[in-house]
Design a protein around this ligand. Sequence first.
Ligand code: NAI
Length: 241
Amino acid sequence: MKTAIITGGTSGIGLATAKIFLAQKYNCVLVGRNLSKFEKIKAELFGNFEFIQADVGKISDCEKIISETVKIFGGVDVLINNAGLYTEGAISGVTEKDFDEIFNTNVKGVFFLSRAVFEEIKKRRGSIVNVASDAGIKGNYFCALYAASKGAVVAFTKSLALELANFGVRVNCVAPGDILTPLTLQQLKNSGETVGDLEKIYPVGRIGTAEEVAEAIYFLASEKASFITGTILSVDGGLTA
Ligand code: NAI
């Protein structure tokens, strides 16, 4: 049986992704900072799964995620670097603390968990999928900090894909547009906007679902994408077309 690690697996896109991998008979490790969040969603999951409580922004936790997964399931075939934090606002209001918080999860976490998994994932000739954003590809107003972090994920994906290609490990990335998840609901609450406001800028006339992103993640991770590495797949209803 294959094993997938999904960070931020107890909510939104990560949870939808875990459900797909479980349906495909993978062992799943859901990584999150909050055990009570896992307890709340556990009944929605069917199959072999474990929760590992960890903050991907800490290198020691990244190493723990891999060693515990190997102890539980014997190896790692797939890593989904999905955990992420969103923020928006004018650059003048961004503090060093804000910067560190966003970069620790969105960049440092993706980087060091990928470093930690390397020895294991190359044994399985597995694959890594990172979750960036349309904001990592094009400019978004009042979004400089988040965009900088997701742009880093895009660039990291491409370079790591080159570095790991010789080992038979593929590295890809999805770049979602607005997706209706707890993250987006919080964003709307903070900005006072509505889903209808977001929908106006989408060529397809709506925002996306977590399942639509999860399907793209699963495709990139699976053997169906065996000749695809270093790619950034937009899942955004035409927003960046
Ligand atoms: P979400 O907030 O529903 O889920 C993210 C999960 O990651 C949460 O459970 C959170 O607690 C966890 N997490 C955050 N920091 C963590 C850390 N340091 N260690 C471990 N877990 C941590 O958000 P959503 O929408 O499912 O987002 C998933 C990914 O998709 C993120 O990387 C986000 O930036 C990206 N994304 C989301 C979009 C959207 O519109 N929802 C659009 C574009 C990208």
